[in-house]
Design a protein around this ligand. Structure first.
Ligand code: SF4
Length: 369
């Protein structure tokens, strides 16, 4: 569920959101309506995971989260023990909110910490401060919400290797079971892109980022985390079931403006415009673009996604689904990466090494059919 509201615009963000809460009630009403309208998409399958993303879902009260979850329970079979995650920003987390979210059914939080350093938070134009980054974690642990994930960003020009180490160590020392760590990317049309172009901010240095990523992989391995996807690390048994579903190609239904859905053979995505979304839902169905994937597109998607995971690209699956010729082609195409030690091949699976992780998307693109 995409909740498209934020307190302020982070400099690097290119997600769909607005800082105006004017249509929040209408949008939530539309979401409730859309849940009912899209019942058929999952063809009666049991819902195993729910994810409140955005935007900033932690702007929602316990009652609002409860309304959305109750609607889902009424419309879909929900698995016992379903993983229900809410993305939260540190400045929104209060004891009362934690308690009411938990009562509503939230059992996992993904917290947008990004860094424990004040100057970087200001540089990124985050709404929270460094003190709130720490206090919110302590509050969650006190309230028994221990299934936590933290987002951290590396590679900003302000972040020294020593500070990066401190950020990672702080998260590890709290016993956080899941970490999502992203390289700072400068997307077009973001304030950060503009500020760099106007020479108001230092550009991002790719060598600095690559070094911090390599350091990260070493530190977290030593701390006992599994590196199960390029950007994701988890203590054993604590992988995100929701994110893992995306990488396994399991059907998902996205609700709300800009939300994406996938059913194995086709993708679709809702209009990334709040007013248009609300109006179209009120008329019967959210405005969306649908795309059926050809067999080649499905193979390329499988290559792109599975290569980023610890399980790797399964050549047996490629052979069974897309034919022996595709398996042979990929086996031939990976030779140069095997020589460069960017991939390894074992049990008929192609997996990235740490060096390969640095150029994961490039390798995947070169293996495309
Ligand atoms: S809080 Fe998240 S969605 Fe909102 S502007 Fe910042 S990064 Fe983007």
């Amino acid at each position: 569920l995409h909740i498209p509201f934020c307190k302020q615009a982070c400099a690097y963000c290119n997600f769909h959101f607005t800082t105006s809460l004017r249509y929040k009630d209408e949008l939530l009403a539309a979401l409730v309506q859309e849940i009912g309208q899209e019942k058929a998409y999952l063809e009666g399958q049991t819902v195993e995971t729910i994810y409140f993303g955005g935007g900033t879902p932690s702007l929602l009260s316990g009652a609002e989260v409860n309304l959305l979850l109750q609607t889902i329970r009424n419309e879909f079979p929900l698995a016992e023990g379903a993983e229900i995650t809410l993305e939260a920003n540190p400045d929104d987390i209060t004891t009362e909110k934690l308690r009411t979210w938990k009562e509503a059914g939230i059992n996992r939080l993904s917290i947008g910490v990004q860094t424990f350093y004040e100057d970087e938070l200001r540089w990124m134009n985050r709404a929270h401060n460094a003190d709130q980054s720490r206090r919110c974690i302590e509050l969650c642990l006190q309230e028994g919400l221990t299934n936590l994930s933290i987002d951290l960003i590396y590679g900003s020009p302000l972040l020294s290797d020593e500070q990066w180490k401190q950020n990672v160590q702080t998260a590890v020392s709290y016993g956080i079971p899941h970490l999502s760590c992203y390289a700072l990317t400068v997307e077009e049309k973001t304030p950060l892109h503009k500020q760099i172009a106007q020479l108001k901010k230092t550009p991002v240095d790719s060598d600095h980022q690559a070094r911090q990523f390599i350091l990260l992989m070493d530190w977290l391995k030593e701390a006992g985390y599994e590196h199960y996807e390029v950007s994701n690390f988890a203590k054993p048994g604590m992988r995100s079931r929701h994110n893992s579903s995306y990488w396994k190609g399991i059907t998902y239904l996205g609700l709300g403006p800009s939300a994406h859905s996938f059913n194995g053979t086709g993708r679709r995505w809702n209009v990334a415009h709040n007013a248009k979304y609300i109006e179209s839902v009120q008329k019967g169905t959210a405005e969306k673009v649908c795309e059926e994937l050809t067999a080649t597109q499905q193979l390329n998607e499988c290559i792109m996604i599975s290569l980023r995971t610890a399980e790797g690209l399964d050549l047996n699956r490629v052979e069974i689904t897309w034919g022996e010729s595709e398996k042979l082609r990929i086996t031939k195409d990976i030779q140069k990466y095997l020589k460069k030690k960017q991939v390894v091949l074992s049990d008929n699976k192609v997996r990235l090494t740490n060096e390969g992780m640095l150029v994961a998307d490039g390798i995947a693109a070169n293996l495309f059919a």
